[in-house]
Design a binder for this molecule. Structure first.
Ligand SMILES: C[S@@+](CC[C@H](N)C(=O)[O-])C[C@H]1O[C@@H](n2cnc3c(N)ncnc32)[C@H](O)[C@@H]1O
Length: 510
């Protein structure tokens, strides 16, 4: 069954017609609708920088099928039927119409517009809802509008996810289902769950368009549609904008913006398997005497001792300043901004923090880690995994002996800055600052002696040998030398200044 639509508000993406889906796929392939091609035609470096003609890009031409697809599905233009038919094969136009991706204004039969955005990203083709200014867009947007996957926030979300295999992957608050579809390439089965029927339908369509048979798109409030199942990886990019009412379902996260963040974390003891990991990108708050990493732990609930928590901060903002900026930009009225500022003050929110975080459920009893880091130059998914892997290694039996046998070296790009004071005619090093940009942006202050250790690790050196050298040069006392050096080396590895062959570190990106 296929359905022809008359209004994009009621877009009825019928995905059961396999013939139409095949024609659509053939059209996108033949036209070459890839991220590189769209960027090349529109002069942007990445799909995340795409600017539509409505938003100021120079008017586009219609030389071939790719131009027409860009104008319809990315620019959201109203095009002459004749132009569409000149460049797209007849069976492809029939498929677009029968699926419901192409429609026309009832007052002018000579024109047509797309009912959704359709774009290439991360090697996938995805549909989501049109922005308000597009020709086929309802105004105002429906409250269940499906969030586009080519926003900077979604990019931050997907770069904070590992690309490694897992068996049972769950994307919560899935929207287009982008994370589930990316995971489906390597994992056993991927679920994408969303509260709206519309997002569920779009995600199902996206899975079918990209030819996945191991993806389930399920609908319901939070974990409701997957009750009874457990997962070894759960990811979420929830709504997190503070708002007293939920006007836009993809955006509004309750009075303090943390309504969904709390509920998602509270569900982990039930839905995350031992050894499994949870990844989330959101805005949350540091509160009086309660930084976000500690609050994340509390949000997991009474079982939180079974979990490690690593929070990578991408940016921080003063809440009052943020809402005042929103007022100046015309996003909120003064009254709305005042209400939001008051709501934050009431709960003692001191800073808005934009974070990507990872939580691991221990496979066997282990001291829980709570860490706060700053995002660096490596993809956060790799950095977060590295941090969790390092802690698991550090807590494992026989770690000290293994570290002594391992080789360590200074991270390429590590910086050392020292303050020296002229004392009695001699320049004495008073303090040393070490800093690196990966796997997290880190700066540590240490003594001159400690800093000198790193200068001995320019080339790979066995930790046992390092301990001997340090004793010989008088930098470390002979008693308990190996123990002291193990703990120093472990500190510098954790800081990212040293790398060890026990655990590959995410590569530095210059
Ligand atoms: C910011 S969008 C993220 C979409 C997609 N994961 C991405 O990164 O592009 C948030 C999504 O959460 C969904 N959502 C809102 N409330 C929800 C709830 N109670 N349960 C499940 N999903 C919900 C919205 O429908 C929306 O698709």
């Amino acid at each position: 069954m296929t359905a022809t639509i008359t209004s994009p508000v009621s877009t009825n993406i019928a995905s059961t017609d396999t013939g139409a889906m095949d024609s659509l796929r053939a059209l996108l392939e033949r036209a070459g609708l890839t991220e590189e091609a769209v960027c090349g035609r529109t002069g942007v470096a990445s799909i995340y920088d795409f600017t539509s003609v409505r938003d100021g890009r120079a008017p586009a031409e219609s030389r071939d099928a790719l131009d027409v697809l860009i104008r319809l599905f990315l620019d959201g233009e109203l095009l002459d039927r004749s132009v569409i038919r000149q460049h797209l094969p007849a069976d492809a136009v029939r498929a677009l119409e029968s699926i419901g991706l192409l429609s026309g204004p009832s007052a002018d039969a000579s024109k047509q517009f797309a009912t959704v955005l359709l774009y290439p990203t991360q090697g996938l083709w995805l549909i989501s809802d049109l922005p308000r200014s597009a020709a086929g867009s309802p105004n105002p947007l429906p409250s269940d509008a499906v969030y586009p996957a080519i926003t900077e926030n979604t990019r931050d979300f997907i770069t904070s996810l590992p690309r490694t295999r897992c068996e049972r992957f769950l994307e919560m608050c899935g929207g287009t289902g982008i994370a589930a579809l990316m995971a489906a390439r390597t994992c056993g089965h991927a679920w994408t769950a969303d509260v709206t029927e519309r997002a569920t339908r779009y995600a199902r369509f996206n899975a079918e368009l990209n030819g996945f048979t191991n993806v389930s798109a399920v609908q319901g409030d939070l974990y409701e549609p997957v009750r009874g199942l457990t997962f070894d990886r759960i990811v979420a990019h929830p709504p997190y904008i503070a708002s007293p009412e939920q006007t836009m379902i993809y955006r509004d996260g309750g009075p303090d913006g943390e309504q969904f963040t709390r509920a998602l974390l509270a569900g982990l003891p039930e839905f995350l398997e031992p050894g499994g990991r949870y990844y989330m990108t959101c805005v949350a708050t540091d509160r009086t005497n309660a930084p976000i990493e500690q609050r994340v732990r509390e949000m997991i609930g009474p079982a939180n001792g079974e979990f490690d928590v690593v929070v990578a901060v991408r940016a921080t903002r003063d809440p009052t300043e943020y809402f005042r900026l929103n007022t100046r930009a015309g996003v909120l009225s003064e009254k709305e901004a005042d209400a939001r500022i008051a709501a934050y003050q009431k709960v003692g929110a001191e800073k808005l923090v934009y974070v990507s975080l990872a939580v691991e459920r221990h496979e066997s009893p282990q001291a829980p880690l709570t860490a706060r880091r700053s995002s660096g130059t490596t993809p956060l998914g790799e950095s977060l995994d590295w941090q969790l892997d390092w802690v698991r290694l550090r807590e494992s039996p026989g770690f000290a002996e293994r570290l002594l046998e391992s080789r360590v070296w200074c991270r390429d790009g590590a910086r050392i800055r020292s303050d020296q004071r002229l004392t009695d005619g001699d320049w004495r090093v008073e303090r040393v600052d070490l800093s690196v940009d990966a796997p997290f942006r880190t700066s540590v202050e240490c003594s001159a002696e400690t800093g000198a250790i790193l200068t001995r690790c320019t080339a790979a050196i066995r930790v046992r040998q390092l301990a001997r050298d340090l004793v010989a040069s008088g930098l470390v006392g002979s008693e308990g030398a190996e123990e002291a050096v193990v703990s120093l080396v472990a500190f510098f590895v954790n800081a990212g200044c040293l790398e060890t062959d026990l655990l590959p570190s995410p590569a530095s990106i210059a």
